[in-house]
Design a protein around this ligand. Structure first.
Ligand code: ARG
Length: 670
């Protein structure tokens, strides 16, 4: 059990003791008020419950209205002598706990002998299905897709290590409109010879072309309404400006300003909509060839939907084309998964569920949950403005229908305790509705979680785009990252200091580990729900919260072990000879190493791998301080050398394990 949990249990015991003096209330909630301190002045952990307790308890027992008195009573009842120095009451009623050095040294010894680094296995284990990556194949993958892939993989690895039974499933979008797009493109613009020779780039080209024509049509249609809306919004802003000047009452003025601000922001968003539509239109109309195509394919969006419907209805030609194209699309994404070293237990794409969809609709109708509405079949849900549409007027099924079928299949086939959907925040409403339906049909035993995430932004703070306006392709990005990493870690100055010299193959491996690590780490280092700015330069830096910094720290641990003529296994055998700390930096590093389990549990708690990233960064920093202050190879005596070597070996192990759980490779030197 990790320390905070252990301390919480002890605190809960102490608080239960105090009930005999009339303490009432939720002991568990108060016992959870323990936090790791960030300043050793206040010990290693701090208990903060005396203040709120005094407020509550003081009303019935005057003696305990003073938080310092409450704190003192807790300290009296608290039995932590085996873990901590005598507890101290500080300030208004904080209880500071300082771990005993002897306890820490014991733990380090135990850690040396435990390949799991003292991380216990979950008991009972949960069966957790992770739905992640799930790109829409047939359209080129971009950097936004990497978020689901990287976050999902890190979660799956961490949960598995924690002892849960983890099932990963890539819910490939292999059946949607994007196939209608390439089928249409192939039929009208495709060159069968070229496609046969070079399928992936040719299909991508066709996708982009048809998509551009569709976007052009949409822009043409939306621009007129947007212009009308803009005129209305502009006069509304003018009216509100006049109104806010006219009132002198401060309350009214405040209200008017608020209305004005909201009208201004509406105007701004209409402006940006207009700008983007104008750009799309110009891109087509300024190109003679595209202009002709746009004229000839004026109903392209409708026609593409028709192709998709035909595919779904089993049209022979479209089905044949789909069967021909799909493997190439899969090859393309598999190349990326290989590069990223990411795999799945299952890849059950949307097409897998196609034959189950009509049954889903029938079942919901039978249960009285779904009904016809203006020709479509809808599920009306309380608390939502719009219903969930599960079948369109023309008979077509939707994304939601597939997700309902997928859920039913997963429950039947895998009987999971939890299903995690690692999907963009923009799909929140879809999942809220899906989960609401699941609850209505009695599938409430399984815990369904939308592990949502924000957008990847360019350095200018806007969603990432290349100059031509299309999103940056993923493969190019990965190789850019590796090149950039090579410039940093294999810079001639650095290389000249590495002995024996690195050959080309080793340089390649280092650049690859750092480059790919950089992309994954940067993504994982932000809380998943926030947007983040993508900057290759910052990502591959050797300083700061980057994967290169952690990988470099790991390589340093291995360098020291090599110089000491030792190894991780050899160090395990000196466990008995380590006795106590000789420098505060040793102790601080030891505490950091012992917090690994805490960090991993936090990842599960909030489905947020950044808890592990933060932990690794803190540990690497503690290691840097240790390195600056504590000689390992020239230690004063054998006992000091043993302890320090043990810390170095354990630090290496923890950093490697942590990076591995994030899907990031290490190298022995860099
Ligand atoms: N293919 C979808 C997209 O790219 C994501 C699918 C996520 N998983 C799911 N079960 N809906 O938007």
């Amino acid at each position: 059990m990790h320390l905070p949990d252990l301390l919480r249990l002890r605190l809960a015991d102490a608080l239960s003791e105090l009930t005999k003096f009339g303490l009432t209330g939720d002991v568990g909630a108060y016992a959870s008020m323990i936090r790791a301190t960030n300043d050793p002045k206040f010990g290693d952990y701090q208990v903060n419950c005396a203040m709120p307790l005094a407020k509550q308890w003081g009303t019935t027992n005057a003696e305990f209205s003073n938080p310092r008195k409450v704190a003192a009573a807790i300290v009296d009842a608290l039995q932590v002598g085996d873990l901590c120095e005598p507890a101290e009451v500080a300030g208004p009623g904080f209880i500071n706990l300082r771990l005993k050095d002897s306890y820490l040294v014991d733990q380090l010894r135990a850690m040396l002998g435990d390949p799991r680094c003292l991380v216990s296995k979950a008991n009972p284990a949960r069966r957790i299905l992770v739905d992640f990556s799930s790109p829409n194949v047939a359209k080129p993958m971009h950097v936004g897709h990497i978020r689901s892939t990287v976050i999902g993989d890190a979660l799956a690895r961490t949960l598995r290590f924690l002892g849960h039974e983890t099932i990963t499933d890539n819910h490939l979008g292999d059946w949607g409109t994007q196939f209608g797009i390439i089928i249409y493109g192939y039929k009208h613009f495709g060159d069968p010879d070229l496609v046969a020779k070079n399928p992936v780039p040719e299909l991508s080209k066709l996708y982009r072309l048809v998509n551009q024509l569709i976007e052009y049509r949409k822009a043409k249609r939306s621009i007129e309404t947007a212009q009308t809306d803009r005129c209305a919004a502009e006069s509304e802003v003018e009216r509100l400006q006049a109104e806010s000047i006219a009132t002198s009452d401060p309350k009214e003025q405040k209200k008017a300003k608020k209305r004005l601000a909201s009208a201004q922001s509406k105007l701004k968003s209409l402006d940006s909509k207009l700008r983007s539509a104008t750009k799309k239109i110009a891109a087509v109309e300024n190109d003679a060839d595209l202009r002709v195509k746009a004229q000839q394919h004026a109903d392209v969006d409708h026609a593409v939907l028709q192709e998709t419907v035909k595919l779904h209805q089993g049209d022979e030609q479209n089905l044949r084309l789909w069967e021909e194209f799909l493997p190439h699309c899969k090859d393309e994404i598999n190349r990326i998964y290989d590069a990223l070293d990411i795999g799945f237990d299952h890849t059950l794409g949307e097409s897998f569920y196609h034959s189950m969809l009509s049954e889903v609709v029938e079942d919901l109708k039978k249960r009285g949950l779904a009904r016809d509405s203006e020709g479509a079949v809808c599920v009306f849900l309380e608390g939502f403005d719009a219903p969930m549409i599960i079948q369109k007027k023309d008979g077509a099924f939707l994304y939601a229908t597939t997700d309902l079928a997928t859920l039913a299949y997963r429950l039947e086939e895998f009987a999971p305790d939890e299903i995690l959907y690692v999907v963009d925040t923009r799909q929140s409403e879809h999942f809220e509705k899906l989960f609401a339906v699941a609850e209505q049909i009695g599938r409430d035993k399984v815990k369904l979680v939308h592990v949502n995430f924000g957008t990847v932004l360019g350095e200018d703070g806007r969603p990432m785009k290349t100059r031509s306006g299309t999103l940056i392709g993923l493969e190019g990005l990965l190789s850019d990252a590796i090149d950039r990493a090579r410039q940093v870690v294999c810079d001639p100055e650095r290389l000249s200091r590495i002995d024996p010299p690195m050959d080309r193959e080793e340089q390649r491996r280092v650049a690859e580990a750092v480059g790919l690590g950089a992309i994954k780490y940067a993504d994982l280092s932000h809380h998943r729900t926030s947007d983040y700015r993508f900057s290759l330069d910052k990502m591959v830096s050797l300083d700061g919260n980057t994967s290169a910094y952690i990988q470099y720290s790991y390589a340093r641990t291995q360098g020291i072990l090599r110089k000491a003529g030792s190894s991780e296994t050899a160090v395990t055998e000196i466990a008995e000879s380590i006795d106590r700390f000789h420098h505060p930096a040793e102790r601080a590093l030891a505490i950091s190493l012992l917090r690994l389990e805490e960090a991993l549990k936090a990842v599960h708690q909030d489905y947020a791998p950044n808890a592990l990233v933060d932990y690794l960064y803190e540990t690497a920093k503690a290691y840097a301080v240790f390195n600056d202050n504590c000689h390992v190879l020239k230690a004063d005596n054998d006992a000091i050398a043993s302890l320090r070597l043990a810390l170095v070996a354990l630090c290496g192990r923890v950093l490697r394990l942590g990076l591995d759980l994030l899907g990031i490779h290490v190298v022995a030197r860099m």
